[in-house]
Design a protein around this ligand. Structure first.
Ligand code: XIL
Length: 333
């Protein structure tokens, strides 16, 4: 209980955040979040399926609750996410007869109209409370020749969904820093596709203001030197950067599933978190925040992804006690 608060430990470096769902905002998990973290990212509550499950019918109870929790506890809110290929209801991509939208001019206009009205409602509602938005999530696919994910958004509109999303978000939430967010941004091929897209959009005047590195990594990969290279790649071009969804799976190449995670893996995770945060601290001038994707191993999404299995990726264990990972970043010597 009287261990150092992470928010104090990193006070001279960067704000440290955690992803939260509603269950994390009551009882002991809430105490842990408030004690250690200076900002939150809603893990699910602001996604399209949560906020506009049916056309024009907005549901903000969960999102409002998280914003109130943050406000009551002096935490900043990082919004997540306005346009994504996942957790988007089927109706968004269907015509009135329930048929898939095509790339005809009529369907394209319809989809961009739906996107615009969604962002007006969601980003507009929280314009005063949210300091940054993940406007676009996971739009790069490095296995495509042009690096652009073939989502329904892309198939119907090309890159216009990104132009619309950033333009409208900037209009209704002019003070929010607008991010493009992705995973595996530390892999050189994917990083370069993201870099090119960001440069292209900015050259057009699209208000992309930040790059979010999700940083869902594991105990083996990628090397922390590669994380540093990607931060430096996007540094000094007038963009902000954040580590937006950090966690470290215990599964590398060798093992698919543990019944019990060997203690030496948890120890190795502690050293690797130490080395990673050495890099992050060294580059603090380039980082506007670092957010953990969850607070404790009791509530990690990796219990269900990519398959149901035990995983222990965070600073606090399933009993909410500090792990070697915590001590690795708090006392790096
Ligand atoms: C995850 C949530 O944590 C889970 O609760 C949900 O079931 C699936 O989505 N990249 C992202 C996040 O951008 O939105 C994802 O969050 C994790 C991967």
């Amino acid at each position: 209980r009287d261990i150092p608060r992470l928010r104090d430990v990193f006070a001279a470096d960067f704000p440290i955040g955690t992803a939260v769902d509603r269950t994390d905002t009551v009882g002991v998990p809430a105490e842990l979040a408030v004690q250690h973290f200076g900002q939150i990212t809603p893990g699910n509550a602001m996604k399209w399926d949560a906020t506009e499950p049916a056309a024009g019918q907005f549901t903000f109870a969960e999102a409002d609750a998280l914003v109130s929790f943050a406000t009551a506890n002096g935490m900043r809110v990082h919004g997540h996410t306005l346009v994504w290929h996942n957790q988007t209801p089927a109706w968004v991509f269907q015509d009135a007869a329930g048929q898939p939208l095509t790339n005809s001019p009529e369907h394209k206009a319809l989809l961009l109209q739906r996107l615009e009205s969604h962002i007006r409602a969601v980003a507009g509602r929280y314009a005063a409370q949210i300091y940054a938005w993940d406007v676009a999530n996971e739009v790069i696919d490095e296995y495509q020749p042009d690096g652009l994910r073939r989502s329904r958004w892309f198939e119907v509109t090309g890159l216009d969904y990104l132009r619309t999303a950033f333009r409208v978000a900037h209009e209704v939430a002019p003070n929010a820093v607008l991010y493009i967010n992705d995973y595996n941004t530390h892999l050189p091929r994917k990083r370069e596709f993201l870099f090119s897209l960001v440069q292209q959009l900015r050259a057009e005047g699209v208000p992309v203001q930040g790059v979010g590195h999700q940083t869902h990594i594991n105990v083996e990969r990628p090397p922390v030197a590669q994380v540093e290279q990607s931060i430096l790649r996007f540094a000094n071009i007038g963009l902000q950067q954040e580590i937006t969804e950090l966690d470290m799976s215990v599964y590398g190449n060798a093992v698919d599933s543990y019944a019990t995670v060997p203690p030496e893996i948890i120890t190795a995770q502690g050293y690797r978190y130490r080395d990673l945060f050495d890099v992050l601290r060294r580059n603090k001038q380039h980082l506007s925040a670092v957010t953990m994707w969850g607070s404790s191993d009791a509530n990690t999404w990796l219990k269900n992804f990519p398959i149901p299995r035990l995983d222990l990726p965070l600073f606090f264990d399933e009993q909410l006690q500090a792990k070697p990972a915590y001590w690795g970043v708090v006392d790096p010597s």
